[in-house]
Design a protein around this ligand. Structure first.
Ligand SMILES: Cc1cc2nc3c(=O)[nH]c(=O)nc-3n(C[C@H](O)[C@H](O)[C@H](O)COP(=O)(O)OP(=O)(O)OC[C@H]3O[C@@H](n4cnc5c(N)ncnc54)[C@H](O)[C@@H]3O)c2cc1C
Ligand code: SF4
Ligand code: SF4
Length: 410
């Protein structure tokens, strides 16, 4: 390792400015010495999932195999929890514990991830973590974009050859697209699913609609039982049914077009995906390849694993979502439902709505529906190159088919 190796266990290197681009989540690539790489590496330009799946996992997703048509290639799938949940973690802390283990065992020199901005706990800041004890600072979910891949050059300059990256799907796509050019000896990719991200500024506005004292909120999660959970600095908690969220008070572009149209909800190119959607209150793991198995193995008996369950039927919920998205005409799907009905439906949904795997399938299909409807309305010329076949296959059962010029012909 060179003398540039960082002495602080958590280090936020200075970064170059971003090159402004249309449909961009500032994954960090445009801040590198070769910003033109965006053209070949961006999820929003011309993604090639089959080629990258074949390279990373040794095979493409097989629609007839398990749930691969929804979630991408995987070898094993679990509900999971750390036996000792970590304080400050979003769920039980599996994601950061995996990275901690990689540092503890010397499998990597550094982990590239996000920590909270010292002046705003909700703003993600990309950091290089070089000691296991530094991972605690990264725990928890923050809403917003941060240029994670801009850390690749500082990591290279420090002589780090074995890296782990914790990333959301649009970051992981670009990383995989340039992986072979990085000259690394080893790369572990721990991915989380991601949907409905927005700018940290927008997120602060959302918090101000949820509470008179938004500065006291230190945790927010969209739970798979159709509630948002808020936690406050005094330790109190609040659960709000999705249907009672103040969505109608948000601007139509509250969620940027990128996040309404991104095509990889479950982070199909990670070695292991750590989410919650099919977890029914626990976490949800998709172990995608041999390296993912190695990662899970690092947790030994610290983790409880069980098979995911499934209940309910998703088709009606997905159809309803599609109708609402059409009605909203480019804005956020508004529920035209009287207030008293919202309470009743909000009570019923966790009991009769899709649950477990069926909930995860429903969310993936809804996201695919959004991709088609929003791009068709707002960026139709992009569709031909940006929408992969797997997205068209997900929406086909709902009667959404490509129109002239929207789909590549093979
Ligand atoms: C914007 C966003 C939306 C998400 N939506 C879903 C969803 O719809 N369904 C689902 O199953 N899971 C979703 N997740 C993932 C989920 O919130 C948990 O992070 C995941 O289940 C891991 O929990 P954990 O306790 O293992 O994480 P922890 O051990 O607490 O670690 C969380 C990790 O996420 C990183 N992180 C936090 N914020 C960001 C950010 N803005 N960008 C990049 N990395 C970040 C942290 O640096 C840390 O490394 C989302 C995550 C984000 C950031
Ligand atoms: S590759 Fe990253 S930085 Fe480049 S345009 Fe895409 S999201 Fe933006
Ligand atoms: S929703 Fe998609 S585009 Fe938006 S931040 Fe998440 S992975 Fe990136």
């Amino acid at each position: 390792m060179t003398s540039l190796a960082y002495s602080s266990p958590v280090f936020a290197p200075p970064l170059r400015p971003a090159v402004p681009r249309n449909l961009c989540t500032d994954c960090g690539l445009s801040r590198s010495a070769t910003p033109k790489l965006c053209g070949q590496a961006c999820q929003f330009i011309q993604p090639d999932y089959p080629a990258l799946e074949a390279r990373v996992h040794g095979r493409v997703r097989e629609p007839a195999r398990g749930d691969e048509r929804f979630f991408g290639p995987y070898r094993q799938m679990f509900r999971a929890s750390l036996k000792s949940p970590r304080p400050g973690a979003q769920w039980s802390g599996i994601t950061t514990r995996l990275a901690e283990r990689l540092l503890e065992t010397g499998a990597v020199d550094a982990v590239l991830t996000m920590a909270p901005d010292p002046d705003d706990k909700w703003r993600p800041v990309p950091v290089l973590v070089t000691k296991p004890e530094g991972m605690a600072q990264a725990r928890g979910m923050r809403m917003g974009y941060a240029p994670l891949l801009a850390l690749l050059e500082p990591a290279r300059d420090a002589g780090y050859k074995k890296l782990a990256i914790i990333g959301i799907p649009c970051q992981v796509y670009a990383l995989r697209a340039i992986e072979t050019e990085l000259g690394l000896e080893r790369l572990y990719v721990i991915g989380t699913p991601c949907s409905d991200n927005t700018t940290t500024e927008n997120f602060h506005h959302f918090l101000s609609l949820l509470s008179d004292t938004p500065e006291r909120i230190n945790y927010l999660e969209f739970l798979p039982d159709y509630h948002v959970e808020l936690r406050f600095t005094d330790g109190s908690r609040q659960r709000i049914p999705f249907l009672k969220l103040p969505i109608s008070q948000l601007a139509p572009d509250f969620f940027p077009l990128t996040c309404r149209t991104c095509v990889d909800y479950t982070n199909a190119l990670s070695d292991i995906t750590v989410g919650y959607m099919a977890g029914q209150g626990a976490q949800w793991l998709l172990v995608r390849n041999e390296r993912g198995e190695e990662l899970l193995g690092l947790l030994g008996d610290e983790i409880t694993l069980a098979a995911p369950a499934s209940a309910g039927k998703r088709a009606g919920a997905v159809r309803g979502f599609m109708a609402n998205t059409r009605l909203a005409a480019g804005g956020l799907p508004l529920r035209r439902m009287p207030g008293f009905m919202r309470g009743i439906v909000g009570w019923l949904m966790p009991r009769i709505g899709p649950r477990g795997l069926e909930f995860a399938r429903a969310r993936v299909e809804m996201k695919a529906v959004e991709t088609i409807l929003h791009l068709r309305r707002m960026a139709r010329p992009r569709m031909k190159t940006m929408v992969p076949d797997h997205v068209w296959q997900l929406v086909a059962p709902y009667g959404l088919v490509s129109e002239d010029g929207e789909r590549k012909t093979h």
